[in-house]
Ligand binder design. Sequence first.
Ligand code: SF4
Length: 453
Amino acid sequence: MSNIAEFAKQKPGAGPKVGLVSLGCPKALVDSERIITQLKAEGYEISPDYDGADVVVVNTCGFLDSARAESLEAIGEALSENGKVIVTGCLGATPDLILDQYPSVLAVTGPHRYEQVMKAVHDVVPPRHDPFVDLVPAAGVKLTPRHYAYLKISEGCNHRCSFCIIPHLRGDLVSRPVDEVLREAENLVNGGVRELLVISQDTSAYGVDLRHRGAEWRGRERRAHMTDLAAALGELGAWVRLHYVYPYPHVDDVIPLMAEGKVLPYLDIPFQHASPRVLKAMRRPGNQEKVLNRLAAWRRDVPDIAIRSTFIVGFPGETEEDFEELLGFLREARLDRVGCFRYEPVDGAPANDLPDAVPEPVKEERWNRFMALQQQISMEKLDEKIGRRMTVIVDEIDNEDGVICRSHADAPEIDGNVIIEEPLRRLRPGEMVDVIIEEAGEYDLWARMPDEA
Ligand code: SF4
Protein backbone atom coordinates (compact mmCIF):
# COMPACT_ATOMS: atom_id res chain seq x y z
CA MET A 1 0.00 0.00 0.00
CA SER A 2 3.02 2.28 0.14
CA ASN A 3 4.69 4.53 -2.34
CA ILE A 4 1.68 4.77 -4.54
CA ALA A 5 3.14 7.61 -6.62
CA GLU A 6 5.93 5.33 -7.77
CA PHE A 7 3.34 2.86 -8.89
CA ALA A 8 1.39 5.50 -10.81
CA LYS A 9 4.45 6.15 -12.96
CA GLN A 10 4.55 2.52 -14.04
CA LYS A 11 2.47 1.01 -16.73
CA PRO A 12 -0.16 -1.13 -15.10
CA GLY A 13 -0.60 -4.68 -16.27
CA ALA A 14 1.86 -7.36 -17.21
CA GLY A 15 5.15 -7.82 -15.40
CA PRO A 16 8.34 -9.04 -17.04
CA LYS A 17 8.04 -12.39 -18.78
CA VAL A 18 10.16 -15.47 -18.24
CA GLY A 19 10.09 -18.58 -20.41
CA LEU A 20 10.82 -21.92 -18.78
CA VAL A 21 11.90 -25.10 -20.54
CA SER A 22 11.81 -28.02 -18.15
CA LEU A 23 13.53 -31.29 -18.98
CA GLY A 24 14.23 -34.34 -16.90
CA CYS A 25 12.94 -36.25 -13.93
CA PRO A 26 10.24 -35.45 -11.37
CA LYS A 27 12.86 -33.87 -9.09
CA ALA A 28 13.73 -31.43 -11.83
CA LEU A 29 10.05 -30.74 -12.24
CA VAL A 30 9.84 -29.85 -8.56
CA ASP A 31 12.69 -27.41 -9.13
CA SER A 32 10.85 -25.93 -12.09
CA GLU A 33 7.66 -25.57 -10.07
CA ARG A 34 9.59 -23.93 -7.29
CA ILE A 35 11.13 -21.46 -9.72
CA ILE A 36 7.72 -20.73 -11.27
CA THR A 37 6.18 -20.20 -7.82
CA GLN A 38 8.88 -17.73 -6.90
CA LEU A 39 8.74 -15.94 -10.22
CA LYS A 40 4.98 -15.54 -9.99
CA ALA A 41 5.16 -14.41 -6.38
CA GLU A 42 7.56 -11.68 -7.49
CA GLY A 43 5.21 -10.49 -10.24
CA TYR A 44 6.87 -12.15 -13.23
CA GLU A 45 4.70 -13.76 -15.84
CA ILE A 46 5.47 -17.11 -17.38
CA SER A 47 5.72 -16.82 -21.14
CA PRO A 48 4.31 -19.70 -23.15
CA ASP A 49 6.71 -19.06 -26.04
CA TYR A 50 10.24 -17.86 -26.71
CA ASP A 51 9.13 -14.73 -28.54
CA GLY A 52 7.31 -13.10 -25.67
CA ALA A 53 9.96 -13.92 -23.05
CA ASP A 54 12.43 -11.39 -21.66
CA VAL A 55 14.64 -14.30 -20.66
CA VAL A 56 14.41 -18.10 -20.87
CA VAL A 57 15.38 -20.50 -18.08
CA VAL A 58 16.31 -23.99 -19.27
CA ASN A 59 16.11 -26.57 -16.51
CA THR A 60 18.30 -29.39 -17.76
CA CYS A 61 18.86 -33.06 -17.11
CA GLY A 62 22.29 -34.60 -17.18
CA PHE A 63 21.65 -38.14 -16.08
CA LEU A 64 22.03 -40.05 -19.34
CA ASP A 65 23.97 -39.17 -22.46
CA SER A 66 20.72 -38.88 -24.35
CA ALA A 67 19.36 -36.50 -21.68
CA ARG A 68 22.52 -34.40 -21.91
CA ALA A 69 22.20 -34.21 -25.66
CA GLU A 70 18.56 -33.23 -25.33
CA SER A 71 19.46 -30.56 -22.77
CA LEU A 72 22.21 -29.11 -24.93
CA GLU A 73 19.86 -29.07 -27.87
CA ALA A 74 17.23 -27.25 -25.80
CA ILE A 75 19.80 -24.64 -24.75
CA GLY A 76 20.78 -24.13 -28.40
CA GLU A 77 17.16 -23.75 -29.43
CA ALA A 78 16.42 -21.25 -26.66
CA LEU A 79 19.51 -19.24 -27.64
CA SER A 80 18.60 -19.06 -31.28
CA GLU A 81 14.94 -18.34 -30.62
CA ASN A 82 15.34 -15.86 -27.80
CA GLY A 83 19.00 -15.11 -27.16
CA LYS A 84 18.83 -14.59 -23.39
CA VAL A 85 19.24 -17.92 -21.64
CA ILE A 86 19.90 -19.04 -18.08
CA VAL A 87 20.70 -22.70 -17.53
CA THR A 88 19.96 -24.62 -14.36
CA GLY A 89 19.46 -28.25 -13.36
CA CYS A 90 21.71 -31.30 -13.40
CA LEU A 91 23.64 -30.40 -16.53
CA GLY A 92 24.38 -27.09 -14.83
CA ALA A 93 26.63 -29.00 -12.44
CA THR A 94 29.16 -29.07 -15.30
CA PRO A 95 29.13 -25.45 -16.44
CA ASP A 96 32.21 -25.83 -18.67
CA LEU A 97 30.40 -28.34 -20.83
CA ILE A 98 27.67 -25.81 -21.45
CA LEU A 99 29.80 -22.69 -21.76
CA ASP A 100 32.29 -24.35 -24.14
CA GLN A 101 29.48 -25.00 -26.56
CA TYR A 102 27.36 -21.92 -25.80
CA PRO A 103 29.52 -19.09 -24.43
CA SER A 104 26.64 -16.61 -24.70
CA VAL A 105 24.59 -18.37 -22.01
CA LEU A 106 24.04 -15.72 -19.32
CA ALA A 107 24.34 -17.88 -16.20
CA VAL A 108 24.69 -21.51 -15.26
CA THR A 109 23.59 -22.96 -11.93
CA GLY A 110 23.34 -26.50 -10.66
CA PRO A 111 20.20 -28.35 -9.51
CA HIS A 112 18.12 -26.96 -6.60
CA ARG A 113 19.89 -23.59 -6.81
CA TYR A 114 16.65 -21.61 -6.88
CA GLU A 115 18.22 -18.57 -5.28
CA GLN A 116 20.92 -18.41 -7.93
CA VAL A 117 18.37 -18.83 -10.70
CA MET A 118 16.31 -16.00 -9.24
CA LYS A 119 19.40 -13.82 -8.94
CA ALA A 120 20.30 -14.51 -12.57
CA VAL A 121 16.73 -13.64 -13.65
CA HIS A 122 16.85 -10.44 -11.59
CA ASP A 123 20.15 -9.49 -13.27
CA VAL A 124 18.68 -9.85 -16.75
CA VAL A 125 15.22 -8.46 -16.08
CA PRO A 126 14.75 -6.95 -12.64
CA PRO A 127 11.44 -7.56 -10.93
CA ARG A 128 9.17 -4.61 -11.45
CA HIS A 129 8.61 -4.12 -7.78
CA ASP A 130 5.36 -2.39 -7.31
CA PRO A 131 4.77 -1.61 -3.65
CA PHE A 132 1.10 -1.09 -4.21
CA VAL A 133 0.30 -4.29 -6.02
CA ASP A 134 3.02 -6.70 -4.95
CA LEU A 135 2.44 -9.29 -2.30
CA VAL A 136 6.10 -9.98 -1.66
CA PRO A 137 8.07 -7.30 0.19
CA ALA A 138 10.70 -5.47 -1.84
CA ALA A 139 13.56 -6.99 0.10
CA GLY A 140 12.02 -10.46 -0.21
CA VAL A 141 12.30 -10.16 -3.96
CA LYS A 142 16.09 -9.96 -3.70
CA LEU A 143 16.67 -13.53 -2.81
CA THR A 144 14.25 -15.82 -1.14
CA PRO A 145 16.24 -18.33 0.85
CA ARG A 146 15.36 -21.91 0.16
CA HIS A 147 13.91 -22.53 3.60
CA TYR A 148 10.87 -20.36 3.11
CA ALA A 149 8.61 -19.90 0.12
CA TYR A 150 5.63 -17.84 -0.88
CA LEU A 151 2.54 -19.83 -1.76
CA LYS A 152 0.14 -17.84 -3.88
CA ILE A 153 -3.37 -19.18 -3.59
CA SER A 154 -5.44 -16.77 -5.70
CA GLU A 155 -5.35 -13.73 -7.95
CA GLY A 156 -7.58 -10.67 -7.97
CA CYS A 157 -10.06 -9.41 -5.42
CA ASN A 158 -13.82 -9.08 -5.04
CA HIS A 159 -13.60 -6.01 -2.80
CA ARG A 160 -13.68 -2.49 -4.06
CA CYS A 161 -11.69 -0.49 -1.54
CA SER A 162 -11.76 3.06 -2.81
CA PHE A 163 -7.98 3.63 -2.63
CA CYS A 164 -7.13 0.47 -4.55
CA ILE A 165 -7.02 -0.41 -8.25
CA ILE A 166 -6.12 -4.06 -7.89
CA PRO A 167 -9.60 -5.27 -8.86
CA HIS A 168 -9.30 -3.07 -11.94
CA LEU A 169 -5.85 -4.42 -12.78
CA ARG A 170 -6.21 -8.02 -11.80
CA GLY A 171 -9.97 -8.54 -11.94
CA ASP A 172 -12.20 -10.37 -9.51
CA LEU A 173 -10.97 -13.17 -7.31
CA VAL A 174 -9.76 -16.30 -9.11
CA SER A 175 -8.70 -19.03 -6.70
CA ARG A 176 -6.38 -21.86 -7.59
CA PRO A 177 -7.87 -25.34 -7.15
CA VAL A 178 -7.16 -26.61 -3.66
CA ASP A 179 -5.39 -29.81 -4.76
CA GLU A 180 -3.08 -27.80 -7.01
CA VAL A 181 -2.13 -25.47 -4.14
CA LEU A 182 -1.61 -28.40 -1.78
CA ARG A 183 0.52 -30.33 -4.25
CA GLU A 184 2.67 -27.28 -4.80
CA ALA A 185 3.03 -26.81 -1.05
CA GLU A 186 3.92 -30.48 -0.64
CA ASN A 187 6.57 -30.20 -3.35
CA LEU A 188 8.00 -27.13 -1.71
CA VAL A 189 8.24 -28.89 1.66
CA ASN A 190 9.75 -31.99 0.02
CA GLY A 191 12.26 -29.66 -1.59
CA GLY A 192 13.43 -28.36 1.79
CA VAL A 193 11.04 -25.50 2.53
CA ARG A 194 10.39 -25.14 6.27
CA GLU A 195 8.03 -22.19 6.17
CA LEU A 196 5.15 -21.49 3.79
CA LEU A 197 3.97 -17.91 3.45
CA VAL A 198 0.42 -17.98 2.17
CA ILE A 199 -0.26 -14.93 0.01
CA SER A 200 -3.07 -13.55 -2.15
CA GLN A 201 -4.89 -10.25 -2.33
CA ASP A 202 -7.48 -11.58 0.08
CA THR A 203 -6.58 -14.87 1.72
CA SER A 204 -9.81 -15.23 3.68
CA ALA A 205 -11.86 -15.12 0.46
CA TYR A 206 -10.02 -18.15 -0.90
CA GLY A 207 -12.35 -20.46 -2.81
CA VAL A 208 -15.41 -18.19 -2.83
CA ASP A 209 -15.31 -18.08 -6.64
CA LEU A 210 -15.03 -21.89 -6.75
CA ARG A 211 -17.99 -22.16 -4.38
CA HIS A 212 -15.43 -23.89 -2.17
CA ARG A 213 -15.36 -26.85 -4.54
CA GLY A 214 -13.44 -29.70 -2.97
CA ALA A 215 -10.74 -31.95 -4.38
CA GLU A 216 -8.90 -34.98 -3.08
CA TRP A 217 -5.49 -34.65 -1.54
CA ARG A 218 -3.71 -37.36 0.46
CA GLY A 219 -6.79 -39.56 0.16
CA ARG A 220 -9.25 -37.06 1.59
CA GLU A 221 -11.60 -34.48 0.19
CA ARG A 222 -10.51 -30.90 0.98
CA ARG A 223 -12.64 -27.82 0.40
CA ALA A 224 -11.26 -24.77 -1.33
CA HIS A 225 -11.72 -22.71 1.81
CA MET A 226 -9.23 -20.85 3.95
CA THR A 227 -9.87 -22.98 7.04
CA ASP A 228 -9.56 -26.31 5.21
CA LEU A 229 -6.55 -25.12 3.28
CA ALA A 230 -4.82 -23.94 6.45
CA ALA A 231 -5.60 -27.26 8.18
CA ALA A 232 -4.27 -29.27 5.22
CA LEU A 233 -1.12 -27.14 4.98
CA GLY A 234 -0.67 -27.73 8.70
CA GLU A 235 -0.28 -31.45 7.98
CA LEU A 236 2.92 -30.83 6.05
CA GLY A 237 5.01 -30.19 9.14
CA ALA A 238 6.29 -26.80 7.99
CA TRP A 239 5.49 -23.42 9.50
CA VAL A 240 2.38 -21.98 7.85
CA ARG A 241 2.01 -18.21 7.97
CA LEU A 242 -1.16 -16.48 6.78
CA HIS A 243 -0.85 -13.11 5.09
CA TYR A 244 -3.44 -10.60 3.86
CA VAL A 245 -6.38 -11.91 5.79
CA TYR A 246 -9.44 -9.72 5.35
CA PRO A 247 -11.31 -9.58 8.67
CA TYR A 248 -14.28 -11.81 7.77
CA PRO A 249 -16.05 -13.59 10.64
CA HIS A 250 -14.76 -17.00 9.54
CA VAL A 251 -11.20 -15.91 10.31
CA ASP A 252 -12.14 -16.99 13.84
CA ASP A 253 -12.13 -20.58 12.56
CA VAL A 254 -8.38 -20.66 11.97
CA ILE A 255 -7.69 -19.70 15.58
CA PRO A 256 -8.19 -23.29 16.84
CA LEU A 257 -5.63 -24.44 14.24
CA MET A 258 -3.19 -21.99 15.77
CA ALA A 259 -4.01 -23.24 19.26
CA GLU A 260 -3.28 -26.80 18.07
CA GLY A 261 0.04 -25.70 16.57
CA LYS A 262 -0.94 -26.56 12.99
CA VAL A 263 -0.68 -23.00 11.74
CA LEU A 264 1.63 -20.32 13.12
CA PRO A 265 -0.10 -18.07 15.65
CA TYR A 266 0.32 -15.10 13.34
CA LEU A 267 -2.31 -13.13 11.50
CA ASP A 268 -1.62 -10.39 9.02
CA ILE A 269 -4.87 -8.41 8.82
CA PRO A 270 -4.74 -5.03 7.10
CA PHE A 271 -7.22 -2.97 9.15
CA GLN A 272 -6.27 0.27 7.32
CA HIS A 273 -8.07 2.55 9.79
CA ALA A 274 -10.28 2.54 12.86
CA SER A 275 -12.61 5.48 12.38
CA PRO A 276 -15.96 4.25 10.99
CA ARG A 277 -16.22 7.42 8.88
CA VAL A 278 -12.86 6.87 7.22
CA LEU A 279 -13.46 3.13 6.81
CA LYS A 280 -16.75 3.90 5.12
CA ALA A 281 -15.00 6.28 2.71
CA MET A 282 -12.42 3.55 2.11
CA ARG A 283 -15.28 1.10 1.49
CA ARG A 284 -13.88 -1.23 4.11
CA PRO A 285 -15.82 -2.99 6.83
CA GLY A 286 -15.23 -1.63 10.27
CA ASN A 287 -16.54 -1.82 13.72
CA GLN A 288 -13.81 -0.95 16.14
CA GLU A 289 -15.50 -2.44 19.14
CA LYS A 290 -16.13 -5.73 17.39
CA VAL A 291 -12.53 -5.87 16.21
CA LEU A 292 -11.26 -5.24 19.74
CA ASN A 293 -13.54 -7.97 21.08
CA ARG A 294 -12.30 -10.39 18.47
CA LEU A 295 -8.67 -9.56 19.23
CA ALA A 296 -9.36 -10.23 22.90
CA ALA A 297 -11.02 -13.57 22.09
CA TRP A 298 -8.13 -14.64 19.82
CA ARG A 299 -5.63 -13.74 22.51
CA ARG A 300 -7.61 -15.62 25.11
CA ASP A 301 -7.55 -18.78 22.95
CA VAL A 302 -3.98 -18.32 21.68
CA PRO A 303 -2.09 -16.10 24.11
CA ASP A 304 0.96 -16.13 21.87
CA ILE A 305 -0.78 -14.89 18.75
CA ALA A 306 1.04 -12.13 16.88
CA ILE A 307 -1.18 -9.72 14.98
CA ARG A 308 0.27 -7.70 12.17
CA SER A 309 -1.62 -4.93 10.41
CA THR A 310 -1.23 -1.98 8.09
CA PHE A 311 -2.88 1.41 8.25
CA ILE A 312 -3.22 4.45 6.02
CA VAL A 313 -3.10 7.93 7.56
CA GLY A 314 -4.16 11.14 5.83
CA PHE A 315 -6.95 9.54 3.80
CA PRO A 316 -9.18 12.22 2.18
CA GLY A 317 -11.60 13.60 4.75
CA GLU A 318 -9.66 12.21 7.76
CA THR A 319 -10.17 14.75 10.53
CA GLU A 320 -8.08 15.16 13.67
CA GLU A 321 -10.90 13.42 15.50
CA ASP A 322 -10.76 10.44 13.12
CA PHE A 323 -7.03 10.26 13.58
CA GLU A 324 -7.35 10.40 17.38
CA GLU A 325 -9.80 7.53 17.09
CA LEU A 326 -7.16 5.57 15.19
CA LEU A 327 -4.56 6.26 17.88
CA GLY A 328 -7.08 5.21 20.53
CA PHE A 329 -7.61 1.96 18.67
CA LEU A 330 -3.86 1.37 18.48
CA ARG A 331 -3.53 1.94 22.23
CA GLU A 332 -6.27 -0.57 22.95
CA ALA A 333 -5.42 -3.14 20.30
CA ARG A 334 -1.72 -3.25 21.13
CA LEU A 335 -0.87 -4.94 17.86
CA ASP A 336 2.44 -6.69 17.58
CA ARG A 337 3.58 -5.53 14.17
CA VAL A 338 2.29 -2.50 12.33
CA GLY A 339 3.02 -0.78 9.03
CA CYS A 340 1.72 2.72 8.35
CA PHE A 341 1.52 4.54 5.03
CA ARG A 342 0.73 8.14 4.27
CA TYR A 343 -2.15 8.20 1.81
CA GLU A 344 -1.19 8.89 -1.78
CA PRO A 345 -3.61 8.89 -4.69
CA VAL A 346 -3.29 6.12 -7.27
CA ASP A 347 -4.26 6.81 -10.87
CA GLY A 348 -7.72 5.47 -11.46
CA ALA A 349 -8.69 4.90 -7.81
CA PRO A 350 -12.17 6.13 -6.82
CA ALA A 351 -10.73 7.77 -3.69
CA ASN A 352 -9.15 10.43 -5.92
CA ASP A 353 -12.58 12.00 -6.31
CA LEU A 354 -13.14 12.35 -2.59
CA PRO A 355 -13.17 15.89 -1.19
CA ASP A 356 -11.08 17.27 1.66
CA ALA A 357 -7.60 16.03 0.79
CA VAL A 358 -5.36 16.12 3.84
CA PRO A 359 -2.41 18.55 3.36
CA GLU A 360 0.99 16.87 3.13
CA PRO A 361 2.43 18.43 6.34
CA VAL A 362 -0.61 17.18 8.27
CA LYS A 363 -0.18 13.69 6.83
CA GLU A 364 3.46 13.76 7.81
CA GLU A 365 2.72 14.94 11.32
CA ARG A 366 0.06 12.25 11.81
CA TRP A 367 2.36 9.58 10.45
CA ASN A 368 5.05 10.61 12.94
CA ARG A 369 2.62 10.53 15.85
CA PHE A 370 1.31 7.15 14.74
CA MET A 371 4.80 5.68 14.43
CA ALA A 372 5.95 7.06 17.79
CA LEU A 373 2.99 5.49 19.55
CA GLN A 374 3.37 2.15 17.79
CA GLN A 375 7.09 2.08 18.48
CA GLN A 376 6.36 2.46 22.16
CA ILE A 377 3.79 -0.34 22.05
CA SER A 378 6.14 -2.56 20.06
CA MET A 379 8.93 -2.02 22.60
CA GLU A 380 6.66 -2.82 25.51
CA LYS A 381 5.39 -5.96 23.81
CA LEU A 382 8.90 -7.12 23.01
CA ASP A 383 10.02 -6.39 26.57
CA GLU A 384 7.35 -8.79 27.80
CA LYS A 385 9.14 -11.56 25.93
CA ILE A 386 12.37 -11.29 27.91
CA GLY A 387 13.03 -14.53 29.78
CA ARG A 388 10.70 -16.54 27.60
CA ARG A 389 11.67 -19.63 25.70
CA MET A 390 10.68 -19.85 22.04
CA THR A 391 11.43 -21.69 18.84
CA VAL A 392 13.04 -19.68 16.10
CA ILE A 393 13.99 -20.43 12.51
CA VAL A 394 17.52 -19.59 11.39
CA ASP A 395 17.56 -17.24 8.38
CA GLU A 396 21.16 -16.27 8.02
CA ILE A 397 24.56 -16.61 9.62
CA ASP A 398 26.09 -13.18 9.86
CA ASN A 399 29.74 -13.16 10.84
CA GLU A 400 29.48 -9.79 12.52
CA ASP A 401 26.05 -9.76 14.14
CA GLY A 402 25.55 -13.43 14.93
CA VAL A 403 22.81 -15.78 13.82
CA ILE A 404 19.77 -13.98 12.43
CA CYS A 405 16.56 -15.86 13.19
CA ARG A 406 12.85 -15.23 13.34
CA SER A 407 10.15 -16.36 15.73
CA HIS A 408 6.53 -17.17 14.89
CA ALA A 409 5.83 -13.45 15.33
CA ASP A 410 8.15 -12.39 12.54
CA ALA A 411 7.42 -12.74 8.84
CA PRO A 412 10.54 -12.49 6.69
CA GLU A 413 11.61 -9.02 5.63
CA ILE A 414 8.66 -7.12 7.09
CA ASP A 415 8.86 -7.93 10.81
CA GLY A 416 11.70 -8.15 13.30
CA ASN A 417 14.42 -10.68 14.01
CA VAL A 418 15.67 -12.75 16.90
CA ILE A 419 19.45 -12.59 17.03
CA ILE A 420 21.68 -15.18 18.66
CA GLU A 421 25.03 -13.46 19.13
CA GLU A 422 26.85 -16.44 20.53
CA PRO A 423 25.43 -19.72 19.25
CA LEU A 424 26.57 -22.78 21.18
CA ARG A 425 26.98 -24.81 18.05
CA ARG A 426 27.04 -24.34 14.32
CA LEU A 427 23.59 -23.48 13.02
CA ARG A 428 22.34 -23.65 9.47
CA PRO A 429 19.74 -21.57 7.63
CA GLY A 430 16.33 -23.22 7.87
CA GLU A 431 17.13 -24.96 11.16
CA MET A 432 14.65 -24.57 14.02
CA VAL A 433 16.17 -23.98 17.41
CA ASP A 434 14.91 -23.22 20.90
CA VAL A 435 16.19 -20.04 22.50
CA ILE A 436 15.69 -17.95 25.61
CA ILE A 437 15.05 -14.25 25.03
CA GLU A 438 17.48 -12.02 26.91
CA GLU A 439 17.13 -8.53 25.48
CA ALA A 440 14.64 -6.50 23.51
CA GLY A 441 15.03 -3.54 21.18
CA GLU A 442 12.46 -1.53 19.26
CA TYR A 443 11.80 -4.25 16.72
CA ASP A 444 14.28 -7.07 17.35
CA LEU A 445 15.06 -9.49 20.15
CA TRP A 446 18.38 -10.96 21.30
CA ALA A 447 18.52 -14.51 22.60
CA ARG A 448 20.80 -17.23 23.88
CA MET A 449 20.66 -20.93 23.29
CA PRO A 450 19.95 -22.92 26.44
CA ASP A 451 22.80 -25.28 27.37
CA GLU A 452 20.93 -28.40 26.27
CA ALA A 453 19.96 -27.01 22.82
S1 SF4 B 1 -9.14 -5.95 -0.25
FE1 SF4 B 1 -9.28 -3.83 -0.95
S2 SF4 B 1 -7.17 -3.10 -0.80
FE2 SF4 B 1 -7.06 -5.31 -0.80
S3 SF4 B 1 -6.79 -5.89 -2.95
FE3 SF4 B 1 -9.00 -5.95 -2.51
S4 SF4 B 1 -9.75 -3.95 -3.15
FE4 SF4 B 1 -7.54 -3.78 -2.92
